[in-house]
Design a protein around this ligand. Structure first.
Ligand SMILES: [Zn+2]
Length: 255
């Protein structure tokens, strides 16, 4: 686990247990609460983070945010039994449908005794914590249920899996909505963007990643310029995307 301070009150915990795909848990040390963005692979890493925070900054309540329903973002929810766990309404529906099945098929990645715990507070468009200067908003993209968290004080934006370097993983064919989400990000005044995953442990993506990801989405949607994504740095993710889009009935003519 690598720990990085982000601006005045953010702590980024980066893990490397999923076959070279670095995964982030982002914690914001607010006035009355610690906000935890996504909970990784189980209670073990979450208890480690809790201990570290308590030791360095004292005890506070936690508010947990799940950016979307995928297993590698929610398995540590069970380490926060008395906390608010917040997500978009559809995240709870998706966990109801896929939670146990994903736990079974990815069980080799479990860290600790994982019990599927669903969010206990849901929102539609946005939910705000004015005292803590935190806004959480619906931002469909990577999945239909994706949402993001913005720290207004530090101007840090946590985007879950909506943004990825070099291109995002797709499993939702509502590209218009995804592009709207990208535009929303682009219009936000943020200093640091934190994705759920990184290919490289050292580098957070630069803000220009938004335009780069948007270009890819436009290519998929308009079916133009897709040959670019046959290049080595994109090829595997692009191929996986075409496969998962095909499963939901979207096949670009030009591959
Ligand atoms: Zn995901």
């Amino acid at each position: 686990m690598k720990t990085t301070q982000i601006r005045s009150r953010g702590w980024l915990f980066t893990f490397d247990d999923i076959d070279g795909l670095y995964t982030n848990v982002f914690v914001i040390r607010c006035k009355d609460y610690y906000f935890v963005c996504d909970t990784y692979l189980g209670p073990e890493p979450m208890n480690k983070i809790k201990k570290l925070l308590f030791k360095n900054f004292g005890e506070k309540q936690f508010i947990v945010f799940n950016s979307h329903y995928h297993w590698d973002h929610i398995w540590g929810n069970c380490a926060f039994p008395n906390s608010l766990i917040i997500s978009h309404t559809s995240t709870v529906n998706m966990i109801n449908i896929y939670g146990e099945a994903e736990l079974f098929s990815n069980k080799k990645y479990k860290q600790g005794n994982v019990k599927i715990v669903k969010p206990n507070m849901v929102f539609g468009n946005t939910i705000s914590f004015p005292n803590e200067k935190i806004v959480i908003f619906y931002s469909p993209g990577h999945t239909f249920d994706s949402s993001s968290l913005y720290d207004m004080l530090d101007r840090v934006l946590y985007v879950g899996d909506n943004i990825e370097d070099p291109i995002p993983s797709l499993e939702n064919k509502e590209f218009d909505q995804y592009i709207e989400t990208m535009k929303k990000y682009d219009n936000l005044d943020f200093k640091v963007l934190i994705p759920g995953h990184m290919r490289n442990e050292e580098d957070l993506p630069k803000p220009k990643i938004i335009k780069k990801n948007m270009k890819y989405l436009t290519s998929i949607m308009d079916q133009t310029g897709l040959s670019t994504y046959q290049r080595k740095q994109y090829r595997n993710i692009h191929r996986r995307n075409l496969e998962s889009l095909e499963k939901i009935g979207y096949v670009p003519i030009e591959k």
